[in-house]
Design a protein around this ligand. Structure first.
Ligand code: IPM
Ligand code: MG
Length: 360
C-alpha cells in the first residue's frame, strides 16, 4: 500500500518520540511490503520559531493532502519559555486547537488500558485493580468551551472574563454516533458524562445521546455526572467501557484515566473526522524538562501509530503486530525510566523504538 503520512515532531520530547515511532513504521513497511511516504511539518513552538506563528497554511495543506498525521507533542514550559510571552492566540496550543478545527477532527479517542506487565505502576489498590481495566474515552474535540466566544474586559471597574460553552444537536449527534459505533466493537456499554444537573448544554447533550441510543439497542447506555465520574474512575475503573463526553470534561477525565493506568507515557490517541483521515498523537504533553535526553517513553506515540494503521489505513494485521510487539518487549523486561520496576532493564527512547521494531 502506498500512503502519504505527515510527521509533526513538534516541541520538547516530540522529535525523539516521533523518530522512535518512525522506526516502528519503517519496520511495518519492510515486513508487510508497504510504501509509506513521509513529509515533515511544523506546529506549535517549532512553527513559532521558524515562521512566527504556531500553525501555517503550509502545515494545514500538508495535513489535508495526506492520509494521516502522526504528531509528537507541542508546547513548552509556561513559566520560562518565550512562547508564553506571546498573546494567547499566538502560543503553541493555539496551533493545535486550530489544526483540530481546520481538519474537523471532532472525535478524539483516548484508550486507557492497564498493561498486566505494568500493574506495579498503577496507583490503585490490588482489590480495585482486580483483573485490570480497559476503557476508551470518546472526547468531543471541536466544540464547547475550547471554541466558544471568549473575552476579557472590564465591567463596573472590575476585570471580567467570559468563556462560552455551546453545542448544537448536530455536534452532539455525530460524536455520540462515533461513541456507540466503537462501543459495538468493544463491550457494548456507553457511559455518557455530563453536568445535566446544572448546565443547559449538558441537558441537550443527554437528550441527543438518548435519541442516538435508540438506534443502538444492543449497546447499554448510562448517564453519569462528571463529578461522580471523576470519583468512579478511581473507585471502580472496571465499570467503564466507552466514556462519551464533551471537550472540557474529556480533557480532564482523560488525564485522570491515564494516570489510573499508572503510565501516562503509554497512552495513545486518535483524532478523527467523518473521513478516514486522522491525526494521531500520544495523550501526554511535551515534557520539556526531559527533552533531548533520550529519556522519554515513546510507547504512547508508537501505539498512536498503531491506531493510525488501524483507523486511517485499515491495516488491522499491521496494527495488531505493533501492539503485540509492545507487549512482547514489556514481557521481556524492557522499560523506559517512567515505567521502570525492579528486575527490569532501563533503556532510552531510541533503544525502546528499536526493540519494538525488532519485535515485529
Ligand atoms: C490535550 C491537551 C490540549 C487540550 C492542550 C495542549 C491544548 O491538554 O490534548 O488534552 O486541552 O486539548
Ligand atoms: Mg489534556
Amino acid at each position: 500500500m502506498k500512503t502519504n503520512i505527515v510527521l509533526i515532531p513538534g516541541d520538547g520530547i516530540g522529535p525523539e518520540i516521533v523518530s522512535a515511532a518512525k522506526k516502528v513504521l519503517d519496520r511495518v513497511c519492510q515486513k508487510f511490503g508497504h510504501d509509506f511516504q513521509y513529509r515533515e511539518a511544523l506546529l506549535g513552538g517549532a512553527s513559532i520559531d521558524a515562521c512566527g506563528i504556531p500553525l501555517t497554511d503550509e502545515t494545514i495543506d500538508a495535513a489535508k493532502s495526506a492520509d494521516a498525521v502522526l504528531m509528537g507533542s507541542i508546547g513548552g514550559d509556561t513559566a520560562t519559555s518565550p512562547w508564553y510571552q506571546l498573546e494567547p492566540s499566538k502560543r503553541p496550543e493555539a496551533g493545535l486547537l486550530r489544526i483540530r478545527k481546520e481538519l474537523n477532527l471532532f472525535a478524539n479517542l483516548r484508550p486507557a488500558y492497564l498493561y498486566s506487565q505494568l500493574k506495579d505502576a498503577c496507583p490503585l489498590r490490588a482489590d480495585i485493580i482486580g483483573d485490570g481495566f480497559d476503557m476508551l474515552i470518546m472526547r468531543e474535540l471541536t466544540g464547547g468551551l475550547y471554541f466558544g466566544e471568549r473575552k476579557t474586559y472590564e465591567q463596573d471597574g472590575l476585570q471580567t472574563a467570559i468563556d462560552t460553552l455551546s453545542y448544537n444537536e448536530n455536534e452532539i449527534r455525530r460524536i455520540a454516533v462515533k461513541g456507540f459505533e466503537i462501543a459495538r466493537k468493544r463491550r457494548k456499554k456507553v457511559t455518557s458524562v455530563d453536568k445535566a444537573n446544572v448546565l443547559d448544554s449538558s441537558r441537550l447533550w443527554r437528550k441527543v445521546v438518548e435519541e442516538v441510543a435508540a438506534d443502538y439497542s444492543d449497546v447499554e447506555l448510562e448517564h453519569m455526572l462528571v463529578d461522580n465520574c471523576a470519583m468512579q474512575l478511581v473507585r471502580d475503573p472496571k465499570q467503564f467501557d466507552v466514556i462519551l463526553t464533551e471537550n472540557m470534561f474529556g480533557d480532564i477525565l482523560s488525564d485522570e484515566a491515564s494516570m489510573v493506568t499508572g503510565s501516562i507515557g503509554m497512552l495513545s490517541s486518535a483524532s478523527l473526522n467523518e473521513t478516514k483521515f486522522g491525526l494521531y498523537e500520544p495523550s501526554h504533553g511535551s515534557a520539556p524538562d526531559i527533552a533531548g535526553q533520550d529519556k522519554a517513553n515513546p510507547i504512547a506515540t508508537i501505539l498512536s501509530a498503531a491506531m493510525l494503521l488501524r483507523y486511517s489505513l485499515d491495516l488491522d494485521a499491521e496494527a495488531n503486530a505493533v501492539e503485540q510487539a509492545v507487549q512482547k518487549v514489556l514481557e521481556n523486561g524492557w522499560r523506559t525510566v517512567d515505567i521502570m520496576s525492579d528486575g527490569c532493564a532501563c533503556v532510552g527512547t531510541q533503544k525502546m523504538g528499536e526493540l519494538i521494531a525488532e519485535a515485529i
